[in-house]
Design a protein around this ligand. Structure first.
Ligand code: PAF
Length: 294
């Protein structure tokens, strides 16, 4: 399969690197990563070590079988506009936050699938991505149900050794993932702690409350997600990724914009009842972002 990975950050480089062992992959990213990958290949280090030679460039090619979008949520609108000029058979979003698939579908004339990925990755330096832990990819029709396109992409991912489930309940999976991110990301970023610190009080209580509120908003949207399940998902991810820094922690440490609008901010914007913990977390991170811009 010909696959274009749009967003050669940590996750895009790792998944693109894994896919490149089996498929024709083009990584679309920024310099100096692109130049280094072109000259020396992409090195994957850490729990598994290998080197691959995907094509790497800064612009989106004119056609591909699959566009795999891994950019930050705040870049989705720009990517959707750029992909509109590309002939595509399918597009798959593997991004944090809610609303990415809808933005892509509004611009693209092909099936847009939703996905979640729990692989651990960290871009160490240009041309090198650290593989910090295996997880899985869950993908499927963004509105739920089965599709042949999703099955084909699942087969292509599995052929590359990526543990992949094709799911018929992506709307529920996306809300579950949102509850996990709403619980973990802002709290770890603001407290400057590893995910594992949320196993201790009082940070765990804050994370659990944010996840419970997210589940309540999901139920308002007709999604079957209990507060108890949302909290147990947060606890499982905290346990499995204890040594990791969340993506929002990494964004704030690097002085970069965060995905707060697509995570806790999305919960706040979608809620019809008060969600005070998500409002507070969103307000604090947005205050930091405004301060960063000055
Ligand atoms: O955004 C992240 O960091 C990850 O989605 C997660 C699951 C919270 C683990 O750090």
């Amino acid at each position: 399969m010909d696959i274009v990975v749009v967003g050669a950050g940590s996750l895009g480089s790792l998944v693109g690197g894994l896919l490149a062992r089996e498929h024709d992959v083009t990584l679309v990213g920024r310099e100096p990563h692109v130049r280094t990958v072109t000259e020396n290949g992409l090195s994957v280090v850490g729990t598994e070590q290998f080197r691959v030679r995907p094509t790497a460039q800064t612009t989106i090619p004119t056609s591909t079988d699959l566009a795999l979008v891994t950019v930050k949520a705040y870049d989705t609108a720009g990517v959707a506009a750029a992909l509109a000029d590309c002939t595509l058979d399918a597009c798959l979003s593997l991004q944090n936050g809610m609303g990415n698939e809808a933005q892509l579908a509004a611009e693209l004339d092909c099936p847009v699938l939703a996905g979640t990925c729990s692989y651990g990755a960290r871009l160490r330096e240009p041309g090198t991505v650290a593989f910090t832990g295996r997880g899985d990819v869950v993908l499927g029709d963004r509105n739920g149900g089965r599709s042949a396109v999703a099955d084909d992409i699942g087969t292509a991912f599995r052929a590359a050794g990526i543990e992949t489930t094709v799911a018929a309940d992506m709307p529920t999976r996306l809300w579950e993932k949102l509850a996990v991110n709403a619980g973990i990301n802002a709290v770890t970023a603001l407290a400057r702690v590893e995910n594992g610190a949320l196993a201790d009080s009082p940070a765990d209580a804050l994370a659990a409350d944010a996840a419970r509120e997210t589940a309540a908003v999901a139920r308002e949207q007709g999604i079957d997600l209990s507060g108890e399940r949302a909290v147990s998902l947060v606890e499982a991810v905290v346990h499995d990724t204890a040594a990791n820094h969340s993506s929002m922690y990494q964004d704030i440490s690097a002085g970069q914009q965060t995905e707060i609008d697509a995570i806790n901010g999305y919960v706040v914007d979608t809620a019809t009842e008060p969600v005070p913990v998500n409002e507070t977390l969103t307000g604090l991170v947005r205050t930091w972002e405004r301060h960063r811009e000055r």
